[in-house]
Design a protein around this ligand. Structure first.
Ligand SMILES: Nc1ncnc2c1ncn2[C@@H]1O[C@H](COP(=O)(O)OP(=O)(O)OP(=O)(O)O)[C@@H](O)[C@H]1O
Length: 646
């Protein structure tokens, strides 16, 4: 149960030929096209503000990863393992301060020609927390496997993956998150791998797959990667300092120190023999990985130790570069292209046909629904908060009468209700959406679905749960404060706050799509909302503000909700009059505060427009903010004939 078996091979396209390929590949093992990656002279320079090179993150790094072998990128923290892994996967985040150059060849073809599939298991495992392991994998399979497959076939495919990844025992446990305990870290890592394997990748990249795991889990994850390599995949992982038993699973290693190669070649005994030939003998019974880590790390114990370790590393880098030059010359990229294999690669991996809009919508709706309804702790907190705030405001504004002073109380209460509703919806959304966005970005990068079905399914699935909280709030507050006591007015009150709650959620989505992190979104969202609160119709009369601010009330969802609530409450009310200049009717009160002259329906339409505006902004932002990757440029002309390390 613990280990994976042969690579499973769903076809990328739903053509007959691919079906046949899949039939042949499935369960047969080694059906993924073998991919050899070669890289040479990879240099990644960090530039300062003046455009000058401030530092090299990678410097003339060369090497090779072969199918059927597990390659580990090893080195001390900050040595450039993750940077190299991202470069090889073509996924180094684009930055104007970076300059990336070198050669990267896939089976002898330049990487720019594309045509091979990769899986990238990142350090952070991100999932919808309320779905079980089986549901997570089934949904990924539904979105990525072709329509032609019968449901039973997809189910057995998922069961097979669960079995091979050692996830059978936790298949029906929810994934969980910081709030709800779910599966273990190692199981999450293997679930990430399983989700990536659905695309039948030729190459699997794993960034520090053992970080944060205990020794047992780390070994299980590495064993899974080793099995995948044995099945014909090319597996490349970065790893900091593995245990001896984990080191024993590597076929090849790249040792990096400060962005330069200290060793590249077979793992196990070879590096020890190589370093012993240079005068560095691994003591008996010492973990080879520990020996190698010590050898290429700077010892910060004293000034002398820093100098001597730096000198040692410089010598090792030079020795390796001389060895590479002697053994392989500068022509590290020369590998004959296999035309048959290249054609197969391109055909198998180009333009995966996505499922239709409705099918994507249906699958994503189901997921959004399960996530929204099963999130017990969040829903419990939200309903308790709705009850608590309704009881507090209801007690403060307890059974308001019809005196002149009750006009101010009513307005105050309605403004507070509008603010409370908007803030509750906004903070909930900005608290969870940035994380969800990361998952969606990853899934969209794989081409699993389009943005349209994702956003619309989310909007629809969250309507019932999103409406529940403003309804709880309104149902308690309304009778306590003794607002306009007819059922139709009560229903309209609830309708206005519910629409407002959706508009605030939509605004939260935009903020979440704009801000880089949850913390940034939590800071930005309420600040933006404060502006809308100031122009919410109660604190300031827009006619008295400078002209440049007069447009703000028109886009303030608080103002439209407040105005709607006021019209709903005041129309038809009669107030007790003590002086001739007192306000007599609700209509007069509305006039006095510049809130009259329109109908409730108009305020709802305005709120609807604001909601759509925020939804469109979210859509455009998500579309625009797709991850961008650094382009690999050819090395500069003057570098071409230089030896590997300058
Ligand atoms: N976009 C960037 N801008 C500036 N510096 C960067 C950037 N990317 C990486 N670095 C720096 O490059 C160095 C190598 O980073 P990298 O993440 O590749 O190291 P690593 O070997 O994976 O380290 P760790 O084991 O700690 O994850 C680090 O000093 C890092 O701060």
């Amino acid at each position: 149960i613990a280990g994976p078996g042969p690579a499973l091979l769903p076809p990328a396209e739903d053509t007959e030929t691919d079906e046949a390929d899949a039939e042949a590949g499935e369960g047969g093992g080694g059906g993924v096209p073998p991919v050899t990656i070669r890289w040479a002279r990879i240099t990644c320079a960090l530039k300062n503000k003046r455009g000058e090179v401030a530092r090299f993150l990678l410097s003339n790094v060369s090497g090779e990863a072969k199918p059927g072998r597990l390659l580990a990128l090893m080195g001390p923290s900050g040595s450039g393992k993750t940077t190299l892994l991202n470069v090889l996967a073509g996924q180094l985040a684009a930055s104007s301060s970076l300059h990336l150059s070198g050669f990267l060849y896939i089976n002898g073809r330049p990487i720019s020609k594309g045509g091979y599939k990769i899986a990238f298991v990142r350090q952070e495992d991100l999932f919808f927390s309320q779905l079980t392991v089986r549901e997570t994998l089934s949904l990924a399979a539904e979105l990525q496997l072709p329509d032609l497959w019968a449901p039973e076939r997809k189910e057995s495919y998922v069961n097979d993956l669960l079995l091979r990844m050692g996830l059978v025992n936790c298949a029906d446990s929810i994934v969980g998150d910081a709030k709800v305990r779910g599966i273990s870290g190692g199981e999450k890592k293997r679930l990430s791998l399983a989700c990536e394997l659905i695309a039948s990748p030729s190459v699997i990249f794993a960034d520090e797959p053992t970080t944060g795991l205990d020794a047992f889990q780390a070994e299980k994850v590495m064993e899974t990667l080793r099995q995948l390599a044995q099945d014909g995949h090319t597996v490349i992982c970065s790893i900091h300092q593995p245990r001896g038993s984990v080191y024993g699973k590597f076929d090849d290693i790249v040792l990096l120190s400060d962005g330069e190669t200290v060793y590249m070649g077979p793992a196990k005994e070879e590096p020890l023999t190589y370093f012993s030939s240079l005068g560095y003998q691994c003591p008996d019974h010492m973990n080879p990985a520990e020996f190698l880590a010590d050898l290429i790390s700077i010892d910060y114990g004293s000034t002398e130790s820093v100098q001597s370790s730096q000198k040692r590393i410089e010598n090792l880098i030079e020795a390796f570069s001389n060895k590479s030059v002697v053994t392989e010359g500068n022509n590290l990229i020369a590998i004959p292209e296999d035309p048959e294999l290249s054609a197969k690669l391109v055909r198998k991996t180009t333009v995966k046909k996505r499922h239709g809009w409705w099918r994507q919508f249906r699958l994503l709706f189901k997921r959004a629904w399960m996530q929204a309804f099963r999130d017990g702790p969040t829903n419990k907190v939200r309903s308790r908060m709705s009850v608590a705030s309704a009881v507090i405001f209801g007690s403060v504004f307890w059974r308001m009468g019809k005196s002149q002073t009750s006009i101010q109380d009513r307005m105050g209460l309605l403004q507070v209700a509008a603010i409370n509703t908007a803030m509750a919806a906004l903070t909930k959304t900005v608290g969870v959406f940035p994380k969800e966005r990361s998952i969606v970005d990853r899934e969209r990068a794989k081409g699993s679905y389009a943005l349209g079905p994702y956003l619309s399914s989310k909007l629809l699935a969250e309507i019932p749960i999103g409406a529940a909280f403003p309804l709880i709030f309104g149902s308690i507050l309304y009778p306590m404060a003794k607002l306009h006591p007819t059922f139709s007015r009560f229903a309209k009150f609830c309708g206005i706050v519910t629409v407002e709650s959706f508009a605030a959620s939509a605004m939260g989505l935009t903020v979440g799509a704009m801000a880089p992190t949850t913390e940034a979104a939590m800071a930005l969202g309420p600040s933006l909302m404060t502006v809308f609160i100031v122009f919410g119709g109660y604190y300031v009369n827009p006619d008295n503000t400078p002209v440049i601010f007069r447009w703000i009330p028109r886009i303030s969802l608080i103002r439209w909700a407040f105005q709607g609530l006021c019209i709903n409450e005041f129309k038809g009310l009669q107030f007790e009059q003590q002086h001739s200049y007192d306000i007599q009717t609700g209509e007069q009160a509305l006039e006095r505060f510049s809130l009259g002259g329109i109908r409730i329906a108009d305020t709802l339409v305005a709120q609807g427009r604001i909601l759509m505006f925020w939804y469109w902004s979210t859509y455009l932002l998500l579309k625009k903010n797709r991850p961008k990757y650094q382009q690999l440029l050819p090395p500069l002309e003057q570098d071409k004939n230089k030896p590997q390390v300058e």
